[in-house]
Write a protein that binds this ligand. Structure first.
Ligand SMILES: C[S@@+](CC[C@H](N)C(=O)[O-])C[C@H]1O[C@@H](n2cnc3c(N)ncnc32)[C@H](O)[C@@H]1O
Length: 278
């Protein structure tokens, strides 16, 4: 296994139990309320539309909360992730909620083989997924191979501009510090902690990550033979991406937004594309 995969997988395997136990992922609510949806999927609904009856795959599904939410909306879902510990929690949640969802362990780049070359109506992914992949064109080729002609890609992702920013500063300035464009070597991070509230102290903290510029993502999707049907930039993000500088937007307890002039920064984007009919 490439070194980056080993590092990143250990990072996610270690964090999955803390995420499953956290209030932020709300697993208890999934068990208690059969209609409960993840806040990520709730946000997506207006752009996602009706998914009932679709055959869908969720790439980088983590502990399955979004995958199960899509299944609750009537899609027949498979979740795919390379972290066995994440998938253990996803399967437990599916069992506890009687969700009819499959989970498959695989690297994204091996998804076509792992899924038996099945073709899907919907490929869904995002919210901290693409930064773990070194080559966005290769990802787009996988997406295209997974879609049936006429099938749709739906991705809401952290905006590449957000990922360029230096850690929050006392003077409140937003400082562009990290790469915007994809770079072969990736960025090496060594950071404890995670994006949910937890007391757990982690030891697998070294990761390798890659930003992908918005134009690179769109160009990769086009080059893979998909037609872009929507690109919307949002002024909010699904996690507290700049602690101390963000707050929940009024009337929306699910999202985070810069306190000071949030219109300066695209926080996330939703990209939709359809595989051209042959
Ligand atoms: C931030 S989570 C995104 C999932 C989802 N948005 C969520 O919050 O539950 C990132 C996921 O990507 C997975 N991942 C990272 N690199 C991967 C790869 N190369 N192949 C498959 N999964 C990968 C990790 O195991 C993790 O579960």
């Amino acid at each position: 296994m490439d070194e980056y995969r080993e590092l990143n997988r250990a990072f996610w395997d270690e964090r999955a139990p803390a995420h499953a136990a956290s209030r932020d992922y709300g697993l208890n609510e999934f068990v208690a309320e059969p209609e409960h949806l993840s806040h990520v999927v709730r946000f997506d609904l207006p752009l996602l539309g009706d998914v009932a009856g679709l055959r869908g795959v969720h790439l980088q599904c983590h502990i399955g909360t979004d995958t199960i939410s899509l299944a609750r909306l009537g899609a027949r879902m498979t979740g795919l992730d390379f972290s066995p510990t994440s998938l253990e929690h996803a399967r437990q949640l599916a069992a506890a909620t009687r969700g009819d969802v499959d989970f498959v362990e695989s690297d994204v780049y091996g998804a076509v083989d792992a899924l038996g070359s099945e073709q899907f109506d919907l490929v869904y992914t995002g919210i901290g997924a693409l930064i773990w992949l070194p080559d966005i064109r290769r990802w787009a080729d996988v997406v295209a191979a997974l879609l049936r002609p006429g099938g749709r890609l739906f991705v809401r992702e952290g905006h590449p501009m957000l990922f360029t920013l230096a850690d929050p500063r006392d003077d409140g300035l937003l400082v562009v510090e990290h790469p915007y464009f994809e770079r072969d070597e990736g960025s090496v991070w060594d950071e404890g902690g995670t994006y949910v509230e937890t007391e757990v102290v982690f030891s697998s903290n070294r990761t390798v990550e890659w930003n992908h510029g918005l134009g690179e993502v769109v160009s990769a999707v086009l080059a893979a033979g998909l037609e872009v049907t929507g690109l919307v930039e949002h002024d909010s993000v699904a996690w507290d991406a700049m602690p101390g500088m963000m707050q929940r937007p009024p009337g929306n307890a699910d999202e985070w937004r810069l306190v000071d002039r949030p219109w300066r920064l695209p926080h996330t984007y939703t990209l939709q594309a359809v595989k051209r009919q042959a």
